[in-house]
Design a protein around this ligand. Sequence first.
Ligand SMILES: [Zn+2]
Ligand SMILES: [Zn+2]
Length: 82
Amino acid sequence: MPGGEVLGRCSYCNVAEDTQSSDRVCAVCRDAVLVCSGCRVVRRGVYLCSDHESLDGPSFDQVLYHPHLEPVRAAVSKCYGR
Ligand SMILES: [Zn+2]
Ligand SMILES: [Zn+2]
């Protein structure tokens, strides 16, 4: 990866992003994920690290909103005030 002035780039749109926030973590493994504020809104607080980005898409949404994952949804809602 060229450059080196910034700590990283947004995992989704590749914009320079150096804000590492504890609430920006992979929905699967809770690993830190670099996400810009724009994508943060688009992703509705759901991010995936490079190991799990292959799970992204409609199927991942279905998994995430599966009834058995209600505790996860509740925790996410609490985090994002929704
Ligand atoms: Zn972005
Ligand atoms: Zn992950």
